[in-house]
Design a protein around this ligand. Sequence first.
Ligand code: 13P
Length: 279
Amino acid sequence: MEQSIESYIKNLVRDTIVHTIGELQVQKDRQTYIIANWKMNKTLAETAEFFQQINSSQDVAVVVCPPTQLLYPAHLFIQQSKKTIGLGGQNVHWAEKGAYTGETSTSMLKDVGCEYVIIGHSERRQYANEDDELVNRKVKQALNDGLTPIVCIGETLGQKNSLQTEHVLSTQLLGALKGIDSSKFIIAYEPVWAIGTGQSATAELAQQTHAYIRTVLKQILGEKADNISILYGGSANESNAAEYSAMPDIDGVLVGGASLNAQSFDGIINVFAKGEQSE
Ligand code: 13P
């Protein structure tokens, strides 16, 4: 009995916070992005089918990041569909061009229709040993060449459990943005423990962390930080999208698994688009 009263009060407090923050959201005037990161998934035929099925929205910016060899066909499918969908790479090299076997440059991404590129995803930090210095070189090259970097940061479960989240995030941000005074980038907060696990961060925790990230961005860039969109990533889906969309510092989502299916990705787009309309 005691337990249920306690959880009733907890839920009541939580609902009140979500509701109150939802009302405050009126002041949010940053661009909202719903971005698909397909990772190493999909064939050419599946890509064609996806762009036939997907809907774009006037209210939010929709961006899809397929694997490199699908970028150009994806660009053509988007053109054919006449939908407003942006295209992004999942990775890029820091050099303009040269003897870097297997790599892709910023101009190559632009050449096949990309406007965006994901940089510093935790899977690249883990499997390709990317560190903050390399992320910084890539971000600089992307900005110099007119691509919008989607800079990924996030703590591991061990770092979260040892209360190092803020330290990790501020180190990653300061490293990634060293020497940069442009604000033409997007930040994606992707807690590593939430990626592909189904253990999404609660909207309250994500909001709290995004507010912290914005404080660090303000230290780096001053008032410009208010214009930077900060996306949440990590087991985001149709069911939890509404809670994220109600938060004042969550300006969209970077979606892995749930972006592979056109219906579920559409569902997420619709939730955020509805949130924008009610503002
Ligand atoms: P999931 O949505 O599959 O957890 O992946 C998130 C992610 O890594 C997007 O970049």
